[in-house]
Design a protein around this ligand. Structure first.
Ligand SMILES: Cc1ncc(COP(=O)(O)O)c(C=O)c1O
Length: 458
């Protein structure tokens, strides 16, 4: 009764992100009611292992009382403080300092946003401002990567390179350019890491030369392409791309909205990649999804140019909720939890997750297994030699998501038959084993579908 009325209210009033509105009206919402650790419970009382940490964000896991207490304390003392007019609050100042201390290199300055999309959007504004302040206003062209995701703001969605985010919205803009993804499983250069790196460097050079080296403002890359299908570039790829951008004098933005805060192991994937970007965007794990917050890390050399360029004038970029004290208090507590054992547990659980997924490689539907830490994917195919994707008619996103759900597992099922995994870092061995067992069951059931069975070779 309760749940049915919620379904009707949702159908009538709640517009869902990235959904077929008509499809959703038909399907109806699935209401989540509570969660603890890596387990969520729906309104019917069904328990599921959350193999995707919400939307790759609840890195700490659900139900940490210390996070709830930190937020409650801050709400009682000071629920809001603007950072406009030279005002501030202790948690936001402390969080900025703690983050700067841990960030790679000279990423010493932190601008807080509400999430990842407005973090990316803010970098575009800062970068334009930077080049104008440096007397090079013609540097107004931006390059990103096919299958990349950089959020859903009006301009940021044009850096995103997923067709769904463009169709019907009149983007990308003509100043937003793309180069091919390094995608090792399907790279025309083959799977050899050095060949993939060489191909990406050549593509970036060609693009920069075509645009005009003095026109390019910035290049955006995710250390691992998340929403494009958990595409893991070869080791050394980020560093090679970063160095090429430095050679050209192009600003390099590492979008760590997914990879930040322990998702791949360390606090920031950039440290593993041994690079210092000019900007780093983060969100999600920053507050572990308990409250909204994102953060733009800005290199000192960039900050100084913007500060000198503005002089006594205000840099006209800000949000009412920039540096929100409750979000910052949560961020500080979450950081404590990461460093108090969660990062370590994530590394251990990540190794178990990868080993478990590797063990599924012999399954007739599994073409590729990839990942780093607690960020992984398997790519389903119907012909391993030809790497033939599941037919779109098989609607793998809906079918496999629903089937996994019925088996007590939440995963990300992409439309092209890639299954994404990003469990909370708090996962126990039993949680990871449940993810693997329930995936195996889901794959076996899918293999028995007559339309899939018919197309499988080998
Ligand atoms: C790499 C990357 N950048 C930006 C975003 C946008 O973040 P948000 O959804 O918090 O606006 C995401 C979201 O998944 C992301 O994965």
């Amino acid at each position: 009764m309760f749940s049915n009325s919620l379904i009707e209210l949702d159908r009538a009033h709640l517009v869902h992100p990235v959904a077929s509105y008509r499809g959703h009206e038909q399907q109806g919402v699935r209401v989540l009611a509570s969660a603890k650790g890596a387990t969520v419970t729906d309104a019917q009382g069904r328990q599921l292992v959350d193999g995707f940490a919400g939307l790759w964000c609840v890195n700490a896991g659900y139900g940490h009382d210390s996070i709830v207490e930190a937020a409650t304390r801050q709400m009682r003392e000071l629920p809001y403080a603007t950072a406009y007019f030279g005002l501030g609050s202790e948690p936001a100042i402390r969080l900025a300092a703690e983050l700067a201390e841990r960030a790679p290199g000279d990423l010493d300055h932190v601008y807080f946003t509400l999430g990842g999309s407005d973090a990316v959007d803010s970098t575009i504004r800062f970068i334009r401002y930077y080049w104008i302040a440096r007397g090079q206003p013609q540097r107004d062209q931006f390059i990103s990567i096919e299958q990349g995701y950089h959020g859903s703001s009006t301009v940021g969605a044009g850096l995103t390179a997923l067709p769904n985010f463009h169709a019907g919205f009149g983007i990308p803009f003509e100043w937003q350019h793309k180069i091919p993804s390094p995608y090792p499983y399907r790279n025309p250069a083959g799977e050899d890491p050095q060949a993939i790196i060489a191909a990406s460097l050549a593509a970036l050079k060609e693009k920069v030369e075509a645009i005009g080296a003095d026109r390019v403002a910035a290049f955006y890359a995710e250390p691992i392409q998340g929403s494009g299908g958990v595409i893991v570039p070869p080791k050394g790829w980020m560093k090679a791309m970063r160095n090429l951008c430095r050679d050209y004098g192009i600003l390099f933005v590492a979008d760590e909205v997914i990879t930040g805060f322990g998702r791949t192991g360390p606090l920031f994937a950039c440290t593993e990649d041994d690079i210092v970007p000019d900007f780093m965007t983060t969100a999600k794990g920053l507050t572990s999804g308990y409250v909204p917050m994102g953060a733009v890390f800005m290199a000192d050399h960039v900050y100084q140019v913007i500060a000198d360029g503005a002089g006594a004038s205000a840099v006209g970029h800000g949000y009412t909720y920039s540096a929100h004290p409750v979000s910052a208090a949560v961020g500080l507590e979450v950081l404590k939890l990461y460093e108090g054992g969660l990062l370590e547990n994530g590394v251990r659980a990540g190794a178990r997750l990868m080993a478990g997924l590797e063990s599924l490689k012999a399954h007739p539907l599994v073409g590729d297994v990839r990942g780093r830490g607690m960020l992984a994917a398997i790519e389903l195919v119907t012909d391993k030699a030809a790497k033939t994707p599941l037919s779109a008619d098989a609607a793998p996103a809906r079918r496999i998501f629903d089937r996994a759900w019925n088996n007590g597992l939440i995963i990300r099922a992409f439309a092209n038959g890639v299954l994404g995994y990003a469990p909370p870092l708090c996962c126990s061995d039993a949680d990871i084993d449940a993810i693997i067992e329930r995936t195996a069951k889901t794959l076996d059931q899918t293999l028995e579908d007559p339309d899939v069975r018919r197309t499988v070779r080998g």
